[in-house]
Design a binder for this molecule. Sequence first.
Ligand code: AMP
Length: 215
Amino acid sequence: MRLVFIGPPGIGKGSYASELSKRYGIPHISTGDIFREEIKRGSELGRLVKEYVERGELVPDEVVIEVVRRRLSMDDCKRGFILDGFPRTLRQAIELDRIVKIDLVLNFVAPDEVIIERLSGRRICRNCGAIYHVKFRPPRIPGRCDVCGGELYQREDDRPEVIRRRLEVYREQMRPIIEYYRERGILVDVDATGPIEEVVRKCIEVLRRYGLVRE
Ligand code: AMP
């Protein structure tokens, strides 16, 4: 089951992908997470992408495509994967088709107000990367991760002025990609306005409808 998840920053893609990844035993591959991890480690790749990521701008295609190509060639991707945050440009979409056949693209949609509320409340564990929300998914102890006790932080690019820039970049960049997949008949819109559990249920229904899962 080779899936691509598309949606504006803050729509909750990462949460849906992580739930479905656990349920079906396929890796959740987020290019944003890969970059943040590399920046944290101070690797060569991390140093290369740091400025783009901090400014909320797209990392050059050649860099991202190579990272994804390598990741998809790993053993754990044999039974499938969920790509989150990739492709972000038409060129990435075209290159992805050369690497592997995508079964389905889930396009998560919700009104802007919903997205802004979700983003400004998002908190991430500095240690294990678990995602929380001050209102919708609060940790048991404020500021502490339920899983590992790590410190929760707000991503640099979840600040309002950066969010606005990211939404702009998103709209400009994604229109042709959404069109590309829609024309090929493999794109399905998923309404992501409700709580995580409800959106995940909707995803499972879609996967069933397309014969990708049996249950
Ligand atoms: P995300 O967590 O998906 O919002 O990604 C965080 C940042 O990583 C983005 O703002 C970009 O700077 C970079 N990034 C992630 N995925 C891609 C991609 N497919 N193409 C270009 N840049 C990306």
